[in-house]
Design a protein around this ligand. Sequence first.
Ligand code: DX5
Ligand code: ZN
Length: 217
Amino acid sequence: MNALISPSLLSADFGHLERDVEMLNSSNADWMHLDIMDGVFVPNISFGFPVIEAISRAARKPLDAHLMIVQPEKFIDRLSELGAHMMTVHQEACPHLHRVVQSIHDAGMMAGVALNPATPVEMVEDVIEDIDLVLVMSVNPGFGGQKFIPHSLRKVRRLRSMIDSCSSGALIEVDGGVNADTGQQLINAGADVLVAGSAVFNAPDPEAEIDALKALE
Ligand code: DX5
Ligand code: ZN
C-alpha cells in the first residue's frame, strides 16, 4: 500500500522558507512535518512559535508537529491555535502520557506518540487504542541527515501486529534516514507514513523525490 509522505522542513532553507513551503504545497506531499527541539530533550535547538506561525500561514497541507521537548503538555493549546493538525510527543518525555493524549484530543488535534530507538514498542501498548499515530524514530532524534537504524524495521513489524490485533486505528509513522530504499523496506514492514527531510530537500528535484516516495507500495 502507498504511504503518506510527510517531508520534514528541518532540512528546508530557512532563508527561503516560504519558497520551500510553497514547493510542498504544490507537490504531492500529504503532510508537512515540523521538528521542534528544545536543546534539553535532544542535543539541538530547531525553531519555535514565530517560525511555526510563518509556516502555518503559508501551508496548505496538514501540519504534523513532532515535539522533541520536555513537558510538551505546556504547549498543546498554543500549537492548536497555530493550526497544527497532529501533535506528537515523546513517550520518554511524558510520565503522564495518557493525560497528555487526552489533552491533545481536547484541543482538537490528532495525538501521536514517538519512540526513541532504544524504547520498545510495548511502551505504547496501553495507549494504542487512544492514539492516532505512533512515530517510530529510526535515528536518535536531534538532527537531520543521519543513517537509518535497521532494527527500526523490527519495531514497525511488531507495532503492525499490535495495532492489527486490537481495535486501534493508529497510523505507524517512521522518521529518520528515510529514502526510497529504506522507505520500501518500511512499507514492507507495515509503515503508513514516511517522514523524509534530507532525502527530499537535498534532492536535485525535491518534488520528484516526493513522487518517488509516494510511488512505493
Ligand atoms: C530528527 C527529526 C527528523 C529529521 C529527519 O530528529 O525528527 O524529522 O528531520 O531528517 P532525515 O530525513 O534527514 O533523517
Ligand atoms: Zn521528526
